[in-house]
Write a protein that binds this ligand. Structure first.
Ligand SMILES: Nc1ncnc2c1ncn2[C@@H]1O[C@H](COP(=O)(O)OP(=O)(O)OP(=O)(O)O)[C@@H](O)[C@H]1O
Ligand SMILES: [Mg+2]
Length: 362
């Protein structure tokens, strides 16, 4: 089970839209739980449920101390959207949680969602947590429960400033709770017709480099329509930009594979002194070629040295990896498109379609 928290203290940057529509895209292939940690209950509404009409919600689960029967109640409050997409709903009462828990030690207050999710860990492949636009007890619960954080960021100067502060907060917190959290930035609400948006996106890419997803979520009115209908966009507008963008994000996240969890065994057979491994990609038409694999968490060109040069009409990208002996899976990202290595006959089917090339370091 991979648990992702969608976090940004800035309001209206696309957190809920990302949770609901990414969930819809992932649910085509996987079992997905949406956890609505926002008392505004927007994710609950966007999946077509009326928070007022639901008898129980996450409050009932989170108000009980860790170790009591509270955590086990999560399965009872979950409602199905369809077979593979479920929701742990919110309600306005969740805003009372902070007050209710003031007597507890800080540690105890923020462990509750993590304990509850542990009780359903065999039932889901992905958990997506929607957070409120502030960093209070609800967001801390989400950060503690998640190993991966997605920060939606609309291209604006104030928003970039706010995210830099947020990254510092997350780093401090993950230090305190002793687990690694991978943070990725997701550009949202992008309107490529304006020069300001294009320039700000370029700035986001240069500031956050590998932390930034390749996928960009474009502004698309159909996403608003989807929320009004109580449906993820893919279920009614199959060719809309919003559907394509969230499908691309689902693919990028699925390819990235799970972040190692505490207590995971190291990958078998990957030990010994590190070696330099050189791979080459030739393509006269490409302008940007990166490599991603299980050696760098599927983050394109992370921990990779790159050289590009022209050889006659060809352009050749040389990628230098430093790896201990073992077997690795990888793909190239050629102008944003994920491809197997055309020069490597050794490939295996990927978890979400396509093929991953196999690299053996002896
Ligand atoms: N890519 C997009 N294209 C068009 N409209 C969008 C897009 N993303 C979000 N919106 C709209 O912008 C508004 C804010 O988005 P959303 O509710 O997802 O943000 P949020 O970060 O969850 O806000 P809050 O902080 O209040 O929870 C909504 O009306 C939503 O429908
Ligand atoms: Mg929201």
């Amino acid at each position: 089970m991979r648990t992702l928290a969608i976090v940004n203290q800035k309001g209206g940057c696309g957190k809920t839209t990302t949770v609901v529509n990414l969930a819809g895209a992932l649910a085509a292939e996987a079992r997905v739980l949406v956890v609505d940690m926002d008392p505004q209950a927007h994710a609950t509404l966007a999946l077509g449920f009326d928070p007022e009409a639901l008898e129980e919600n996450l409050y009932e689960v989170l108000v009980e101390p860790v170790g009591s029967s509270g955590a086990g109640r999560l399965a009872e409050v979950i409602v199905p959207w369809n077979d593979s997409l479920h929701l742990a709903p919110s309600g306005i009462v969740l805003s009372a949680l902070e007050q209710k828990l003031t007597g507890d030690r800080a540690e105890r207050r923020t462990e509750r969602l993590e304990a509850a999710l542990a009780t359903v860990r065999d039932d889901y492949d992905f958990v997506l947590i929607d957070c409120p636009p502030n960093v209070g007890v609800l967001t801390f619960n989400a950060l503690r429960a998640a190993r991966e954080v997605v920060v939606p960021l609309e291209p604006s100067d104030f928003a970039i400033h706010g995210v830099q502060k947020l990254l510092e907060t997350i780093a401090l917190l993950s230090d305190r709770i002793g687990h690694e959290v991978t943070v990725r930035i997701l550009p949202t609400l992008f309107d490529g017709r304006t020069r300001y948006a294009r320039e700000t996106l370029a700035e986001i890419r240069s500031l956050f480099e590998d932390l930034c997803f390749d996928t960009v979520i474009r502004s698309n009115i159909k996403l608003r329509e989807a929320a009004r209908r109580g449906q993820p966009i893919g279920s009614f507008a199959r060719t809309a930009n919003g559907t394509l963008d969230y499908a691309a994000l689902a693919l990028e996240i699925s390819l990235a594979g799970p972040t190692p969890q505490l207590g995971d065994e190291p990958m078998e057979g990957r030990s010994g002194p590190e070696r330099e491994v050189v791979v080459r990609y030739c393509d006269p038409g490409a302008t940007d070629v990166r490599i991603a694999g299980d050696f760098n968490g599927w983050v394109p060109d992370k921990d990779v040295r790159s050289l590009v040069r022209a050889e006659g009409p060809e352009r050749v990208w040389t990628k230098i990896l430093t790896l201990p002996p073992g077997t690795y899976h990888y793909r190239y990202v050629v102008d944003g498109e994920w491809k197997e290595d055309p020069d490597n006959p050794n490939a295996v089917p990927g978890p979400v379609g396509g093929r991953n090339s196999v690299l053996v370091v002896s």
